[in-house]
Ligand binder design. Structure first.
Ligand SMILES: O=[N+]([O-])c1ccc(O[C@@H]2O[C@@H](CO)[C@H](O)[C@H]2O)cc1
Length: 505
C-alpha cells in the first residue's frame, strides 16, 4: 500500500468557512425548473406546485444559497414577464436554450421556493440585452420596503415584505461569443459599474458580483478580469469564476487531477484582482464567487443550435459515476483550501441539468453520486479551514504534469475536526498517517467513504441506491497519530472530536 502523510494543526488556519461556499444554481434551462423543482400535478407537489421530494433532497444536500435565473438564460430575460397573475404572463422564445418559456415560474415563485428550501437567493440581472434601468427596477421590486410603484406592485402580487436579496450577479458570461449581448471587457466594465452604482442607490446593503471569464481557456482570460475590475473596483465585492471538467479521450488520470486546474485558476484570478488593487492604490480586496462549477460532459452536448423548440427538453442530464464524485470531492476540497478569498461557490446546477438531483416527470427522484461529497462537506465543513500540508506519492498526467495522489483539507469547529480527502489512485489504497499532536485527546467519530470497484456505476431514479457512501472501520488515533486507509479512487470524510478541546459557544 502507498503511504501519505499530513498534519492537523489549528495553527495552520486559512480562514473561516463561509457557508455560501455550498451554493447551487437554478437556471431556466432544460428540466431544472419545470419537472425539476416545480411540477404542479405531481403526486408530491405541494400547494405551490413545488416537488416536496426535491425540496427534501435539497435540504439534505445542505445547499445554502441558490443562484437564479441563469446562466445564459438571464441575458435575454425580462423579469417582469415572470411576476403578476399567471394567466397574464407571456410565453417567450428563450434565445439562449431555444426553449419556450411560459413564465409560469418566476421570481416570486423562486423566493417562495427558496424560503421552503432554507436557502438564500442570489439573483442575476440581465446585462446582455438590458441595462441600468431594468436592474435598478429589479432591486426596487425585490428589496424596497414599500411606497414606490415597484415595491407596491410586489405587495399587490402577494409579497408585502421585501425579499431581501443580498447577493447579485451583474450579468452572466458576457465575455462569451455565445452570450446574447456579448460585450468587450470595456463595454461590459462600464455597464457593470454604472449598473452597480444604480442598484446600490436603491439598496446600499447589497453585495455585487462582476463577471469574470466564462472559463480560464478563454483567449481574453486575465485581461478581461483586469479591465473589468479597473472599471468596477470601487463598486463590486466579487468577481466570478466558472469551470466545468470532464474526462477527455479516456484520460482518467488527467480528469482526476481537475482540481489542479481549479487551484491554478483561483490563484490566477486572485493575482489579477490584487494587481488591479495595487495599480489603483486601493487596499480593498476583491473576493471570488465561483458561481458555476461541476463535472459536465460537454463533449456529449449537441449544442443548443440543434434543438427543436420543445417545451421542456432533457438538456445536459449527465448521469454521474463514482469517478465523477471523486472529482467533485476534490473540487470541494480546493474551494475550501481557498476559503480566504473564495466566499461564494455554486455548483451548477441543482436538478436534472448537470445536477446532484435527478427527477422523472410524474415519477421519483434520486441522489446522483456527486450528491454525497457535497452533502458531507456542506454539513460538516464548519468553523476554520486548516491547511494540512500533505506529503503524498505523485503520478504523471498528460494535462497537468506531476500530481499528488492525495488531495486533502480539514476544518475545525471547536472540539470537532473533520478531514476531507480524495485518493486519486485507481489501483491502490493509500495508507494515511496524520500528525494530530497539536489537537490533544482527538478520537475518530466516523470514517465515511464513497468508492466502488466499478468506477462507472451510477444511480438512477429506477435504481437509486447503487452507489452509496458507507462507514468503514479501521481509522484510529494512537499516540498523536491518526491512521486510516483511503481506498483506491475514493472520497473520504473522517470526523474526529476531542473532549480536551473546549467547544465554541
Ligand atoms: O465552454 N463553453 O463552451 C461553455 C459554453 C456555455 C457555457 O454556459 C454556462 O453554462 C451553462 C450551464 O450551467 C450556463 O447557462 C452558462 O452560464 C459554459 C461554457
Amino acid at each position: 500500500m502507498r503511504q501519505a502523510r499530513l498534519t492537523l494543526d489549528p495553527g495552520f488556519a486559512v480562514g473561516e468557512v463561509d457557508p455560501r461556499l455550498f451554493g447551487s444554481f437554478v437556471e431556466h434551462m432544460g428540466r431544472c425548473v419545470y419537472t425539476g423543482i416545480y411540477e404542479p400535478g405531481h403526486p408530491a407537489a405541494d400547494e405551490d406546485g413545488f416537488r416536496a421530494d426535491v425540496l427534501e433532497l435539497v435540504r439534505e444536500l445542505g445547499v445554502t444559497v441558490v443562484r437564479y435565473p441563469g446562466g445564459n438564460f438571464v441575458s435575454g430575460y425580462r423579469w417582469e414577464d415572470g411576476v403578476g397573475p399567471r394567466g397574464e404572463r407571456p410565453s417567450r422564445f428563450d434565445l439562449a436554450w431555444r426553449q419556450i418559456e411560459t413564465n409560469e415560474f418566476g421570481l416570486n415563485e423562486f423566493m417562495t421556493w427558496s424560503r421552503k428550501a432554507g436557502v438564500a437567493p442570489m439573483m442575476a440581472v440581465n446585462l446582455g440585452t438590458r441595462g441600468v434601468r431594468e436592474a435598478a427596477d429589479l432591486v426596487e421590486y425585490c428589496n424596497f420596503p414599500g411606497g414606490t410603484a415597484l415595491s407596491d406592485l410586489r405587495a399587490k402580487h402577494g409579497h408585502p415584505e421585501p425579499h431581501g436579496v443580498s447577493l447579485w450577479c451583474l450579468g452572466n458570461e458576457l465575455d462569451g461569443p455565445w452570450q446574447t449581448g456579448h460585450k468587450t471587457a470595456h463595454e461590459y466594465g462600464r455597464l457593470a459599474n454604472e449598473t452597480a452604482k444604480a442598484m446600490r442607490m436603491v439598496d446600499p446593503s447589497i453585495e455585487l458580483v462582476a463577471c469574470g471569464s466564462s472559463n480560464s481557456g478563454m483567449p481574453t482570460f486575465g485581461s478581461w478580469e483586469a479591465t473589468v475590475l479597473e472599471h468596477t473596483y470601487d463598486n463590486v465585492d466579487y468577481v466570478s469564476l466558472h469551470a466545468y471538467y470532464e474526462e477527455h479521450d479516456g484520460d482518467l488520470g488527467s480528469f482526476l487531477a481537475s482540481a489542479v486546474d481549479m487551484d491554478h485558476f483561483i490563484g490566477s484570478v486572485v493575482a489579477t484582482c490584487d494587481h488591479v488593487g495595487a495599480k489603483l492604490r486601493n487596499r480593498k480586496r476583491i473576493r471570488l464567487s465561483f458561481d458555476e462549477w461541476n463535472v459536465w460532459y460537454m463533449g456529449r452536448f449537441v449544442g443548443e443550435k440543434n434543438l427543436a423548440a420543445e417545451r421542456v427538453p432533457r438538456l445536459i442530464e449527465d448521469n454521474y459515476h463514482v469517478a465523477d464524485a471523486v472529482v467533485v470531492g476534490s473540487l470541494l476540497i480546493t474551494l475550501l483550501r481557498h476559503a480566504d478569498r473564495v466566499g461564494v461557490a455554486c455548483q451548477a446546477q441543482l436538478a436534472n441539468v448537470i445536477a446532484p438531483i435527478l427527477t422523472e416527470p410524474g415519477g421519483g427522484s434520486c441522489r446522483q453520486t456527486i450528491f454525497f461529497p457535497f452533502a458531507h462537506a456542506a454539513r460538516h465543513a464548519r468553523g476554520r479551514v486548516l491547511r494540512v500540508e500533505p506529503d503524498s506519492p505523485r503520478y504523471d498526467t498528460a494535462r497537468f504534469g506531476d500530481v499528488p495522489l492525495l488531495e486533502a483539507v480539514a476544518t475545525q469547529d471547536g472540539d470537532e475536526v473533520v478531514l476531507f480527502a480524495v485518493n486519486r489512485s485507481v489501483e491502490d489504497s493509500l495508507a494515511l498517517t496524520a500528525n494530530v499532536r497539536a489537537l490533544p485527546g482527538l478520537s475518530v467519530v466516523e470514517h465515511v467513504v464513497l468508492a466502488s470497484d466499478d468506477r462507472t456505476l451510477t444511480n438512477t431514479v429506477a435504481e437509486p441506491d447503487r452507489v452509496l457512501p458507507r462507514r468503514v472501520d479501521g481509522a484510529s488515533v494512537v499516540d498523536g497519530e491518526l491512521t486510516a486507509e483511503l481506498p483506491a479512487l475514493s472520497w473520504n470524510m473522517i470526523r474526529l472530536s476531542s473532549p480536551q478541546i473546549r467547544p465554541t459557544a
